[in-house]
Design a protein around this ligand. Structure first.
Ligand SMILES: NC(=O)c1ccc[n+]([C@@H]2O[C@H](COP(=O)([O-])OP(=O)(O)OC[C@H]3O[C@@H](n4cnc5c(N)ncnc54)[C@H](OP(=O)(O)O)[C@@H]3O)[C@@H](O)[C@H]2O)c1
Length: 157
């Protein structure tokens, strides 16, 4: 199964200059809770911009560069082929951004872990094809700076 984990502001903004626009400790704790000991997939830009190494997770990085081989991660050069191959697996693969990877993976995702950041930030990257109308909300937590929701994709008739 493909899922994704994202935090975005009221304009669906997710990043600025290769980093997150905000520093929300509680949101990072939720990200950790949801991804620990899981398979997570992110784009090269997001992986290279991580402030510190993510431990205790199996990390897959999407890059079109055949010479890109960072330590301790698996690299895939064809995201679409990966999504097609794993979309019906029982194993969950959590897409963790950034914008180009979210955009391409969105149609495949059956579940989502989303933090709706309450304040609008200065951003240069958006998750523009996300549409709340595609999802049922199965869990909601109100935090001071964001509302965290778990979503499952609506059945299509
Ligand atoms: N708020 C959040 O939850 C959140 C989460 C993650 C990241 N972010 C933010 O998002 C921003 C980064 O997003 P981004 O869109 O610039 O970069 P990105 O999605 O992290 O990474 C893009 C990388 O993936 C490669 N790629 C794209 N499509 C591919 C495919 N089909 N197969 C293989 N590789 C592929 C790209 O190669 P090419 O460049 O050659 O196309 C590029 O190297 C940062 O600001 C980051 O902090 C926010």
């Amino acid at each position: 199964m493909i899922s994704f984990s994202v935090a975005f502001d009221p304009n669906k903004g997710i990043g600025i200059r290769g980093a997150l626009p905000w520093h929300l400790k509680d949101e990072l704790k939720i990200f950790k809770r949801n991804t620990l000991y899981k398979n997570i997939l992110m784009g090269q830009t997001t992986y290279d911009g991580l402030p510190r190494k993510l431990v205790d997770r199996y990390i897959i990085v999407a890059s079109i560069d055949p010479n890109y081989h960072p330590e301790d991660v698996d690299v895939i050069n064809d995201l679409k082929a990966f999504l097609e191959e794993h979309k019906d697996d029982e194993t969950e693969y959590i897409i963790c951004g950034g914008a180009s990877i979210f955009r391409q993976s969105y149609p495949y995702a059956k579940k989502a872990y989303v933090s709706f950041v309450k304040e609008a930030y200065e951003v240069d990257t958006w998750f523009d094809n996300f549409d709340l109308a595609d999802w049922d909300i199965v869990c909601e937590e109100d935090h001071p700076d964001f509302i965290y929701r778990e979503l499952v994709r609506k059945e299509t008739k």
